[in-house]
Design a protein around this ligand. Structure first.
Ligand code: DHB
Length: 304
């Protein structure tokens, strides 16, 4: 029987439309194996840079109403070291997308090249971390800088490129269009929303970095609106991300125009069985609606 849930995005074949979001469990091949065994359709790693980084001092994560607030500070061992983890994943059986950050277009291409050489199936450009200096959203808030970074990677690496967008802009569709112009194969929407929490007794910001990024159910309607706006503006596929926790959330994103969804905070809160619960829920929904493929609902909320 044909797999109702199979999707193809940017040339990558996924057995179902769920993906591990960047930054959660994607730092070692052992945790990524668990994610694959839990039924994810694809995996995105933690963001890797050219050099190792320690990240910010604690606290780096705080639970708030409706989600998590985090500012880790892009801690990572550097792409050279991480290539061993990528090699360890060669038999994983699902697409492995390496998230990368950099400070210049040239550096983006250098990190992308290392990841590709080690066996990454795709790359996700992090131009959306909401609190890093000279990288992340400082690039992603400027369509011209997004275009330059994307074009450089596309010109030098023959792998599908996903560009992960920040919602901390006035017009996210303009940024998505810049990525598309530069040859991006897909966009991921959205990264976290710049936010903070204060300890009222000490009158001090809780996070070591003072401000961080909000994820989880609290941001889902914002993420959904972003996907909806981007779908109207570009032809490349969109991967929805932001507060997906149930099959209904996933279907909402698909109907808004996403071809797949990424899941992060829901794993931190409810565990890894979220992938199977969501894919089973989507399957039952499709059968109830007598639809032959998940592709039939992608963007369906736009059709009159
Ligand atoms: C971090 C946070 C992000 O939202 C992101 O996109 C990348 C890195 C971090 O704090 O490490």
């Amino acid at each position: 029987m044909a797999n109702l849930l199979a999707v193809e995005i940017a040339g990558l074949k996924l057995s179902n439309p769920t993906m591990l979001a960047a930054g959660i469990l994607g730092m070692s091949s052992s945790t990524m194996r668990l994610v694959a065994e839990s039924g994810a359709g694809a995996i995105v790693t933690k963001s890797l840079g050219l050099k190792s980084r320690r990240g910010y001092s604690n606290p780096t994560v705080v639970q708030v109403e409706g989600g998590l607030l985090n500012a880790m500070g892009l801690p990572n061992p550097g792409i050279k070291y991480f290539t061993q983890e990528i090699r360890n994943m060669h038999d994983i059986g699902i697409p492995l997308i390496v998230s990368i950050y950099a400070f210049t277009p040239n550096e983006f291409a250098a990190v992308a090249k290392e990841a590709a050489k080690a066996g990454a199936d795709g790359l996700e450009l992090n131009v959306s971390c909401p609190h890093a200096e000279k990288t992340g959203a400082e690039i992603g808030q400027n369509p011209r800088l997004v275009e330059e970074a994307t074009a450089e990677v596309k010109g030098r690496v023959e792998k599908p490129v996903f560009v992960k967008l920040t919602p901390n802009v006035a017009n996210i569709a303009e940024v998505a269009k810049a990525a598309e112009r530069a040859g991006a194969d897909a966009v991921t929407a959205i990264n976290t929303i710049k936010a903070m929490a204060i300890n009222v007794e000490t009158a001090r910001p809780i996070l070591g970095n003072m401000v961080g990024g909000l994820s989880g159910a609290a941001i889902r309607p914002i993420a959904l609106r972003c996907v909806y706006e981007i779908y109207k503006a570009v032809k490349i596929p969109i991967v929805g991300c932001g507060g997906v926790n149930t099959w209904k959330d996933a279907v909402e994103f698909l109907e808004a125009g996403a071809s797949a969804v990424q899941i992060g905070t829901a794993i931190a809160i409810n565990g890894l069985n979220v992938f199977r619960k969501i894919t089973e829920g989507i399957s039952i929904f499709l059968e109830r609606k007598r639809l032959g493929s998940v592709k039939e609902i992608v963007g369906s909320s736009h059709r009159s």
